[in-house]
Write a protein that binds this ligand. Structure first.
Ligand SMILES: [Zn+2]
Length: 301
C-alpha cells in the first residue's frame, strides 16, 4: 500500500508498505471507538480510501460494516498486527460479541451521541464514531451514564416520561442479552419485536387504528403518538428514535416482569395473520405456544 503521511499543510510520501505491513504511525483509538471508525481515521491520515486501508489488512474484505458486525478471530489477528495492538482489543471495538439475531438492533450509522464524552474527542481530523452510537437499545452512554442525545437534535419531550425506571430496566435487559448473551425466561429483544406487532384495530377508537401496535396496551401513551404523527418501525427493524425508545424499553421490562402469561394476553389482542405470526415468534422464543402459558396461569389461580 502506497502511503502519504500528512504533516501540517504538506504531504510527505513514505515508503510503500507491503501487504499487512505494520503502519509506521498508529493513531490511538478513543474510548469505545468503533473498529471501522478507527480504520477510516487511519485511511484519512495516510491519504488512501478506507477500503484500501481495510484491504491492506484483509485482502478479500470489501465492507466496513461486515467487519464491524462479523469480525472473526482470524480477521482480528492481521488487523491487530497492522495497527500494532492486541487482537482482543480489535475484537472489542467490533460487534463480534453480538449474536447475528441481534444485529437488527445495530444501526447502519450513528444515531445518537453523548455530549459529555464527545467533548473528550480529538479535535483534529474527522469525528470518531463510538460503538455505542449505533446501539439501538441504549438510552444512556455506556461510558459515563449520561443521557444520549439524538443526532438529529430532536427536542420533543418523550411521551412516556413516567416509565423512566421501567425504561432503564428494559435497557439493562436488552444490553445483557445483546452484549453478554444473558437472558431471563424470554429474549428481551424478541419481546420488543412482539410489542411492535400490529394489534386488533377494534381495541382502540383512534383514527389511525390500522397502525396501532401491541405496545400500546402496555404503554397506552404510545397510541396517541402513532395516531398523531408517526408510524412505528416494523418488528423486522425494531430501532426506535431516541425520544420514543423509552416506551418500547419500558414495555419490554413490564412484560418480562409479568412473566410468560402476559404473552397469551398480548396474543389475544391480535387478529388474522398477526396472531399466527405472534404465536410462531413466541413459540420459537419460549419453546411452547403462548396459549399454554394461559392454561398454566389458570391452573395456578
Ligand atoms: Zn458519555
Amino acid at each position: 500500500m502506497a502511503t502519504r503521511t500528512r504533516y501540517g499543510s504538506g504531504v510527505r510520501v513514505t515508503p510503500k508498505l507491503r501487504h499487512c505491513g505494520q503502519l509506521p504511525v498508529v493513531l490511538p483509538p478513543l474510548t469505545d471507538e468503533l473498529l471501522s471508525s478507527w480504520i477510516r481515521r487511519h485511511a484519512i491520515f495516510y491519504g488512501v480510501p478506507p477500503v484500501t486501508m481495510l484491504r491492506h489488512c484483509l485482502s478479500d474484505a470489501s465492507a466496513m460494516r461486515a467487519i464491524d458486525l462479523r469480525l472473526t478471530v482470524e480477521q482480528a489477528a492481521p488487523i491487530a498486527h497492522v495497527f500494532r495492538t492486541d487482537a482482543t482489543i480489535v475484537r472489542q471495538m467490533s460487534f463480534a460479541n453480538v449474536s447475528t439475531g441481534s444485529h437488527r438492533w445495530i444501526a447502519a450509522k450513528s444515531m445518537q451521541f453523548c455530549a459529555n464524552c464527545s467533548r473528550q474527542a480529538n479535535a483534529n481530523g474527522p469525528e470518531p464514531v463510538r460503538r455505542s452510537q449505533l446501539l439501538g437499545w441504549r438510552l444512556t452512554c455506556v461510558q459515563c451514564g449520561s443521557p444520549l442525545i439524538d443526532t438529529d437534535n430532536r427536542s420533543t419531550p418523550p411521551p412516556c416520561a413516567a416509565y423512566g425506571t421501567d425504561a432503564f430496566e428494559g435497557q439493562r435487559l436488552i444490553d445483557d442479552e445483546a452484549e453478554r448473551g444473558v437472558r431471563t425466561w424470554a429474549a428481551p429483544t424478541e419481546l420488543a419485536r412482539l410489542l411492535l406487532m400490529r394489534r386488533d384495530p377494534r381495541t382502540t377508537h383512534l383514527k389511525r387504528s390500522a397502525n396501532i401496535r401491541l405496545l400500546g396496551v402496555i404503554v397506552p401513551e404510545i397510541d396517541a403518538v402513532v395516531n398523531s404523527e408517526i408510524s412505528l418501525p416494523s418488528p423486522a427493524n425494531p430501532i426506535l428514535p431516541l425520544w420514543l425508545r423509552p416506551a418500547l424499553l419500558a414495555g419490554v421490562s413490564i412484560v418480562e416482569r409479568q412473566g410468560p402469561a402476559m404473552l397469551a394476553w398480548l396474543q389475544s389482542k391480535t387478529i388474522g395473520q398477526n396472531r399466527t405470526r405472534f404465536s410462531e415468534l413466541a413459540t420459537t422464543m419460549l419453546g411452547t405456544p403462548p396459549e399454554r402459558a394461559t392454561l398454566s396461569l389458570l391452573q395456578h389461580n
